[in-house]
Design a protein around this ligand. Structure first.
Ligand code: ADE
Length: 244
């Protein structure tokens, strides 16, 4: 899968994209991230990318021409039949795991990093979708782009090794993950639950499911409305809520 990132700060990406799982996937060629400096597409000799807002006011506004020049140059190079152009902005639809899964179906994603000071409104006509990573304001879209690359990239086959299963993690079935432990069995009086030491796979599976349900009910009850639940799950949740 290929990501194109249009940004004023391409160097922002160099370290994060060299680390860990995503770094390895890029090294192996499973993921490709092409960085495009919007400034290279400015039309004047000063390479101007922003200007003062019409109507007055503080701050500078990202100009439309360098962005659209850059976008059109990138689109000319793409060979995939399925591409999507995303603008990162707090005004966009909120990124959630279901949307991450949909984005992972594309062969190429073009991500335009917004700027917190503002972008020329006409830029919006050239993107397919506006995306927010949450209800808070970042200084620019670069971190949001990395969040998209990381969350979408890890779903591409071969990126996450078989040992790091994607199946049992938080949100895979709409629930939060159960508690995990590793050695030692006891740390400062805190013991690993006996069931996990029992070697009894069926009991362990049941304990994990129940802990997942308990944790989701405590921390994110809103997720239970959309989660995939069995009859047994519902009975257990009813028991938990009746206890309080
Ligand atoms: N740019 C600034 N804040 C943002 C956010 N929360 N999500 C996406 N892009 C942003």
């Amino acid at each position: 899968m290929r990501f194109h990132v249009l940004t004023l700060f391409p160097e922002f990406f160099s370290s994060p994209l060299r680390q860990s799982i995503i770094g390895r996937a890029i090294e192996k060629g499973i993921l490709t991230v092409s960085l495009h400096n919007i400034r290279d597409y400015a039309e004047d000799k000063h390479r101007t990318v922003d200007d003062t807002p019409y109507g007055g006011g503080a701050g500078m506004v990202l100009k439309v021409e360098p962005v659209v020049n850059c976008l059109e140059a990138v689109r000319k190079k793409t060979t995939a039949d399925k591409t999507l152009t995303i603008l990162t902005t707090p005004q966009g639809v909120r990124l959630e795991q279901k949307l991450v899964e949909k984005l992972a179906e594309y062969q190429e994603l073009i991500i335009l990093c917004g700027r917190y000071e503002g972008i020329d409104e006409r830029i919006r006509a050239f993107v397919d979708m506006e995306l927010s990573i949450g209800d808070y304001i970042l200084t620019g879209g670069e971190i949001a782009s990395l969040v998209i690359i990381d969350s979408v990239g890890r779903l591409v086959p071969g990126v996450v090794g078989e040992r790091d299963s994607l199946k049992s993690e938080s949100f895979a079935d709409g629930l939060l993950e159960y508690p995990q432990y590793t050695r030692p069995v006891e740390f400062r009086g805190m013991r690993v639950p006996d069931v996990l030491l029992s070697g009894h796979h069926e009991r362990i599976r049941e304990w994990r499911r129940r802990e997942s349900l308990k944790r989701t009910l405590e921390r994110r009850p809103d997720l239970l409305e959309k989660a995939e639940l069995t009859e047994e799950d519902r009975r257990f949740i009813k028991e938990l809520t009746e206890k309080d």
